[in-house]
Design a binder for this molecule. Sequence first.
Ligand code: C2O
Ligand code: CU
Length: 475
Amino acid sequence: MRHLVQIALIAGYATACGISPASRLTSTGWGDSVEILPIPPKPKPAPTVLGHTKLADLNPDPKIVEVSLTARAAKIALSPNRMVDMLTYNDQFPGPLLEANVGDRVIVHFKNELDEPTTIHWHGLRISDQMDGNPRIQNPVPAGGTFDYDFVVPEAGSFWYHPHLNTNEQIERGLYGPLIVRGPDEPYYAFERFFVIDDIVLEGNTIPDDFLVNFPEGVHGRYGDIFLVNGTESTAGQSDTVPRGRFERWRLVNTANARTMQLSIKGALFRVIGTDGGLLETPYLTNKLLLPVGRRFDLEVLYDTSGQAVLESTDELETSSKIPLYTINVTDEVDTEPGPIWTVAPFPARTPNKTATLVFDFKTDANGNLVWMVNGKAHNHDPVFTFRQGDTVALTLRNAAPMTPHPFHLHGQFFTVTSGGGGALEPGLKDTVRLLPSGTVEVLAYMDNPGTWMAHCHILEHSELGMMASIRVEP
Ligand code: C2O
Ligand code: CU
């Protein structure tokens, strides 16, 4: 009888996804008798995020998340046979999961045990600029120093944290971690996965320290030859086992220095339910996920058939064959828990009251070194624009370079993409968008968070070589 419920649910999902229910039903092999049974209400436990250790909350107040993070060198097993000297948060790679609810005050007691200064940036969070990890606002935390980050998390979504100093090296060496903010009425999934996807250059068991060479790193950014999923080499064959019929929420983030991940899932149904700025009013189907550095996607995954569901990658040029990143073995045992009913409020439409243009360009300096620029200047930190809080800015982003894309990232605000981007327009609030070589993207940027904000390319070699600007939003 449990099977009957599940068939009806899968048929409903298939219809919502535009797949003929008939074909879905016959492929279940459960016959054609469909009958909906009442599903008894159950109290819902907090979602389990598979694959990460959650940071311990030291504060009993339910509205305060108080945690400790220490950056320091540690040896990490990237695979059973490979121990690598890396930089870590709390001796973990990736850093531990920071989880909070909308409206919570988050206090992070940070200690820098690296031998160089650093800061932590909470990528995507619209918090105060004083707590954003911008090394021009907060004094970088010196080697041996401490800093208490203290902010209120305004909205739900999938985010990540990483340093904002010497980023191409500190992030490549392992400093990053996942961050989840939960909303009060979010559609509920009992099981979630956060896939933190990276690529890394290794020579044997060592990360070679030729950072910021002029070519090819300076031009294209540092591409790794080994894919890492949650800190483990893809070749290590990570896997898990789930019952057929289970719905899960997957969160994906690309933490590489430069590579755009091109992801797909075979052996399961999935749809995009969220992006940088949280859940979408209307989820959509796709078969490819183009994930530029820094960007997130949230997916609903339904293991509709037994066998193997595999998260796979190619590079953005699809020059490589598919690389399996993570395998889910789907058993014949059946999970009858339905997927959530989708109710997510729309983001209110806004009309632009200002326009601005950012041009991403390069030159070679007197020594023949490559310099990356925003609006004609490297490290363009006197605000290139000043807006008022509440402004809606029609922002044109133009890539003047023919040889590389630039994943543009704006701190402290969200935007929606209105044209360009090299494909079908993706809905939802973003903080990161990819500009194709010589391409132009138009966005509507919602300047709702006052402060001074970095606006830069998230190819870390490009931003360190100057492709970094600031904008100002006056309260
Ligand atoms: Cu992911 Cu300026 O940051
Ligand atoms: Cu770039």
